[in-house]
Write a protein that binds this ligand. Structure first.
Ligand SMILES: NC(=O)c1ccc[n+]([C@@H]2O[C@H](COP(=O)([O-])OP(=O)(O)OC[C@H]3O[C@@H](n4cnc5c(N)ncnc54)[C@H](O)[C@@H]3O)[C@@H](O)[C@H]2O)c1
Length: 396
């Protein structure tokens, strides 16, 4: 079957806040498989603004989306506290759902949604879709082809001033806003996409510092707050493949973000760029060689692939995971960022919390596998002036 003859997947987007800019822009222009037919937000003005900016015709309520038999896929870009109810309502209406991270704020909610999707034969995809970007896919190719040998250990770290960030991104003041869930999930998602499932975790956790209103970004922010949950985690993960990985997430740090991501193999070391981006550079260090920045083997390297520029281009190729799900619907295959992947990322993170609370090892129950994208397809052609064939890597 020629992909050109494939019927587009009619898609509605729920949640038209900050991150919706890059999703709506990419989903309306970048992927031949997607047709965005409606936007929805509790705040109609937010949906109207995005509809005007990106040329989407309909503003819809959740009930109208649920009742529209033509809409097959719903993209959930609401804040984490709303994820469970929006996903549930859309699954009950028979829609496949892509959701921003975290999947849900409570593990039992994620398990319930996985069971609901299974009972209805529907797929859920869960961000981060940066793991489908050129950086992580190139690292995966290097691991799969043995260039670093067998991965025996690794370490990942990210630090941010999450209190300061929560002045600007106000959803961070609520459940799901602490650094391990808001940002650490990019590192956990990438590790799982590279190494497979985690069997067991141990860890320590510390809460966020109470935030005294500083009025740096927003003069109407209201009272002081404390971001719920552990804002700092240190942990050890044991993967089913045998690799042991040290994790360090600190949302109580100050200054600009610092991050690192290293995997140590029996034949070489991989230094991986920021997994919160699509095109973090991948360096291979083998004995008796200089460290080499490896050429990307895949497309979606985070650069803007569209002819016009936007202030949101820094957010990369978000939407790739939605397109993967849309192709999965048409091809009758499993989507890559599957419900099992979303559940596993969440269980590993909340398992660290549980291990920190009890002082015991937490044995992870869920399992998942993330299939790699086909290599050799790129984002741009003609010296970067035309759209490339990267979407072909998403078809099967
Ligand atoms: N902001 C970022 O840089 C960023 C980056 C990556 C991922 N994310 C993720 O994207 C999601 C949204 O983040 P954001 O920054 O766009 O938040 P935001 O607060 O700017 O936007 C969320 C929007 O969802 C709407 N909404 C909430 N509940 C709703 C419901 N039940 N029905 C319809 N609309 C509803 C709100 O009115 C708001 O307009 C979060 O899960 C976040 O983790 C954000």
């Amino acid at each position: 079957m020629s992909e050109l003859s494939v019927k587009k997947v009619k898609t509605a987007i729920v949640g038209c806040g900050m991150i919706s800019h890059i999703y709506i822009r990419n989903l309306t222009k970048l992927f031949s498989i997607i047709e965005v037919v409606g936007l929805c937000d509790l705040n109609p003005a937010a949906a109207e603004e995005k509809a005007r900016l990106y040329g989407v015709e309909k503003i819809m309520t959740l009930e109208e989306i649920a009742a529209d038999p033509e809409i097959e896929l719903v993209v959930n870009l609401t804040a984490p506290v709303a994820h469970y109810s929006v996903i549930k309502q859309m699954l009950e209406a028979g829609k496949h759902v892509y959701s921003e991270k975290m999947f849900t704020t409570e593990l039992n909610q994620a398990r319930e949604l996985v069971a609901l999707a299974e009972s209805k034969g529907l797929m859920i995809a869960v961000a981060p879709d940066t793991v489908l970007g050129a950086g992580i896919q190139t690292a995966r190719k290097l691991i799969d082809t043995g260039m670093a040998g067998r991965i025996t250990s690794g370490l990942v770290s990210v630090t941010r001033n999450q209190n300061l960030n929560s002045e600007m991104f106000r959803f961070l003041q609520k459940s799901g806003g602490a650094l391990p869930y808001d940002v650490g999930v990019y590192y956990i998602g990438a590790l799982i996409a590279l190494l497979g499932p985690v069997e067991a975790v141990r860890g320590f956790g510390a809460p966020a510092l109470h935030h005294q209103k500083e009025l740096l970004f927003d003069a109407v922010n209201g009272s002081d707050w404390t971001i719920p949950g552990n804002n700092t985690l240190t942990a050890g993960l044991r993967f089913a493949c045998g690799a042991l990985v040290s994790v360090h997430f600190n949302g109580n740090a100050v200054g600009a973000e610092r991050h690192s991501f290293e995997l140590y193999g029996t034949e070489g070391t991989l230094e991986i760029g920021d997994p919160d981006t699509f095109g973090g550079p991948v360096r291979l260090i083998r004995p008796e060689n200089e460290a080499v920045t490896m050429p990307f083997t895949h497309g979606y390297d985070g650069r803007n692939m569209l002819p016009d520029k936007s202030p949101f281009d820094g957010y990369g190729n978000r939407g790739v995971g939605v397109a993967d799900l849309a192709w999965a619907i048409r091809r009758g295959r499993q989507n890559r960022l599957s419900k099992e992947y979303g559940l596993h990322c969440q269980e590993v993170l909340q398992g660290i919390d549980e291990a920190a609370r009890t002082g015991e090892t937490y044995l992870v129950q869920s399992r998942c596998q993330v299939a790699p994208l086909a290599s050799g397809f790129y984002s741009s052609v003609f010296n970067g002036t035309g759209r490339g064939d990267a979407e072909r890597s998403l078809i099967d």
